[in-house]
Each structure stands twice: as structure tokens, then as C-alpha cells.
Ligand binder design. Structure first.
Ligand SMILES: C[S@@+](CC[C@H](N)C(=O)[O-])C[C@H]1O[C@@H](n2cnc3c(N)ncnc32)[C@H](O)[C@@H]1O
Length: 317
């Protein structure tokens, strides 16, 4: 993926489902919005274009490189506040920055950005070898190599099964533990090769290490846990009528979003027959439209949009 791309291309990220995400946010020119996953600012730039002078955008990313690149790109943009933080803390970050303005929309564009994937030094890539790190925020936690150096076969197997749905998880886990007895696993190239040797079947067009890398990345970044907290935070900060727009890239993420939106948009059957619903039984979200996938034209332009799925909901009073 990284090979053959110029340095400036490696710094860019093509926003996925951009028109659909903007439509989902139903932008008001003077509104206050949150881009929970700034990346390289593809969606943020489009939101800012649609906002007027009074509009404001708070953009978060847990990757300090994303924030640094954003500060360079948007140095003169007074309507944008960029914060190095996790969206898991949305519930406190928005009140701290919004200065009592009503939040009209929150966008999540989950997963990793192209610059993260393409820079081998970040340790996400199985195509170009680099240090086995995989943290979106290298200032917190530990690289995945440190965890792989001490976890048991069973712990590794469980992570690769639950987050990667890899049939050969046990073989992969055993191979990792056998290798580390000889020397520590330090590079993504080494891990990719080891996994390729342990995974028996080949999925067309897919590197045999895809599932294992996805699983380890999700685990070391606690992606699903952060997502749960981020969605709850968004619900707390959205004003009535405000929009929640989420783009996911695989079924585990989408399941969390789908269940959250369903749970928050339906009436508990235990209360359904009451003439007046108690406040805590009232749905807090209304689903807007159906899930959306990228059109053929976008897929032809941007193969990384392949598995993207967008869901929209509106905050109820
Ligand atoms: C797919 S990219 C977003 C791309 C962006 N929409 C654009 O158009 O440039 C996902 C970004 O979300 C960030 N991210 C992932 N999990 C996060 C979290 N829990 N909190 C904040 N940012 C997160 C990643 O670091 C990455 O930069």
C-alpha cells in the first residue's frame, strides 16, 4: 500500500462517503459540530466549507501526528478547534469546548487513516515492515510487541478469534509463542510472515495476515470499548434534533453501532402500553434512513472505501 506512493500522498487521506456523511449531518451554517476522528481533515474540510462564519467545529484525534498535520493545514481557520484526545471522552470534551453552544452533530469515521497505514514506522502494515507497534496514540499504553512478548497462547488466541474472526487463531497464537522463545517478535514483516505460515487457507485478494493484524490493532487500541464510550458521550452532548453519523469499516464495529442505535431508538416493551412514557423509557434517538454503502464510482476511485458503511440517527428531545 505504501510502496509507489509519494511522500505527500502518504500524508493524505481521501474522505469516505463524504457527501453522504455531510447530508447525514444536515449541516446548519451557524451550528456547532464535532468531528470525532479528524484523521487528515478530509471530512472536517468539507464541514468547514459548508459552515458560515458563526459555525464552529471541534475536531478530535487520539493520534498526535494527525493533530500536528491538522494544525499545519488549518493554521488560519479560526472556526476549528483541534484537540489531541480520544472520542471516548466526548461527554466531557464537548461541554469544555463548546461554551454552552448546542451541539448539532457528531461524526465518527472509524478505523485507521491512510497515513497511519502507509507509514511503516507506525507498525500497522503487513506489506511494508516496521516496528510492531500499532498504537494510534504512541504516547499512551504499550506497543503490541510488548503484549505479544508476555501474553499466553490462550490470550492471544482469544484476541485473534474475537476481533479477527480468524479460523486458525490457535495455530497463529502457538506460532507466536514458539517464535518468541527464540527471539522477541519486533517487526510487522516478521509477524506477517509467521502468520502466513500458520494460516492454512487463502482468501482471495486478502493477505493471510489481514485478520490477525486487524485483531491485534483493535485489541491494543481498545477500539470497541472506546467506540461504546464515544457513542454514549455523543448521545449526552447532542442537542435535540442533532445528528449522529457513524462510518464503520468492519462488521464488529458496525454491530456495536447498530445495536446502540437500535437500543436507543426503541421503546422498552415493558413500558410500551403505558399512556404516558416515563422519561427514562423514552427513546433518545430516531433512526434516519437506511445504512448506506459507497456507490460504485467511489469504490472505483478509492478501494479503501470497500467495506465502509454509514448509519445516521437523530437525537430526540
Ligand atoms: C479513518 S480515519 C479518519 C479520516 C478523516 N475522516 C479524514 O477524512 O481525513 C480515523 C481516525 O480516527 C482516529 N481515531 C481512532 N480511534 C479514535 C479514538 N478513540 N479517539 C479519537 N480518534 C480516534 C485515528 O487516529 C484516525 O486518525
Amino acid at each position: 500500500m505504501g510502496a509507489g506512493r509519494t511522500a505527500s500522498e502518504r500524508e493524505e487521506h481521501t474522505p469516505v462517503l463524504a457527501a453522504e456523511a455531510l447530508a447525514g449531518l444536515a449541516l446548519e451554517a451557524g451550528g456547532y459540530y464535532v468531528d470525532a476522528t479528524f484523521g487528515r481533515g478530509g471530512h472536517s474540510a468539507l464541514i468547514l466549507q459548508a459552515l458560515g462564519r458563526e459555525g464552529r467545529l471541534l475536531a478530535l484525534d487520539r493520534d498526535p501526528q494527525a493533530i500536528a498535520a491538522g494544525r499545519r493545514r488549518f493554521a488560519d481557520e479560526v472556526r476549528l478547534t483541534l484537540v489531541h484526545a480520544s472520542f471516548a471522552d466526548l461527554g466531557t470534551l464537548v461541554p469544555a469546548h463548546a461554551e454552552r453552544r448546542a451541539c448539532r452533530g457528531v461524526l465518527f469515521d472509524l478505523g485507521v487513516s491512510s497515513p497511519q497505514l502507509d507509514d511503516p514506522r507506525r507498525g500497522f502494515s503487513f506489506r511494508t515492515s516496521g516496528p510492531l507497534d500499532m498504537r494510534m496514540d504512541p504516547t499512551h499504553g504499550e506497543p503490541v510487541s510488548a503484549w505479544l512478548a508476555r501474553a499466553s497462547v490462550d490470550e492471544i488466541r482469544q484476541v485473534i478469534t474475537s476481533f479477527g474472526e480468524e479460523r486458525f487463531a490457535r495455530r497463529v497464537a502457538q506460532a507466536i509463542v514458539a517464535r518468541r522463545r527464540e527471539r522477541p517478535l519486533a517487526s510487522t514483516g516478521e509477524l506477517a510472515q509467521l502468520v502466513a505460515g500458520a494460516v492454512r487457507s487463502r482468501e482471495p485478494g486478502k493477505h493471510p495476515a489481514t485478520r490477525t493484524f486487524q485483531a491485534l490493532r483493535m485489541f491494543i487500541n481498545d477500539e470497541l470499548g472506546q467506540l461504546e464510550r464515544g457513542l454514549r458521550g455523543a448521545l449526552e452532548v447532542l442537542a435535540p434534533g442533532g445528528r449522529l453519523v457513524v462510518i464503520t469499516f468492519h462488521s464488529l464495529e458496525d454491530r456495536v453501532v447498530k445495536r446502540f442505535m437500535q437500543r436507543e431508538s426503541h421503546i422498552d416493551p415493558a413500558f410500551a402500553k403505558l399512556p404516558v412514557l416515563p422519561v427514562r423509557a423514552r427513546p433518545r434517538l430516531k433512526l434516519i434512513g437506511r445504512k448506506t454503502r459507497p456507490a460504485e464510482a467511489e469504490l472505483a476511485r478509492n478501494p479503501r472505501a470497500r467495506s465502509a458503511l454509514l448509519r445516521v440517527a437523530e437525537r430526540l428531545a
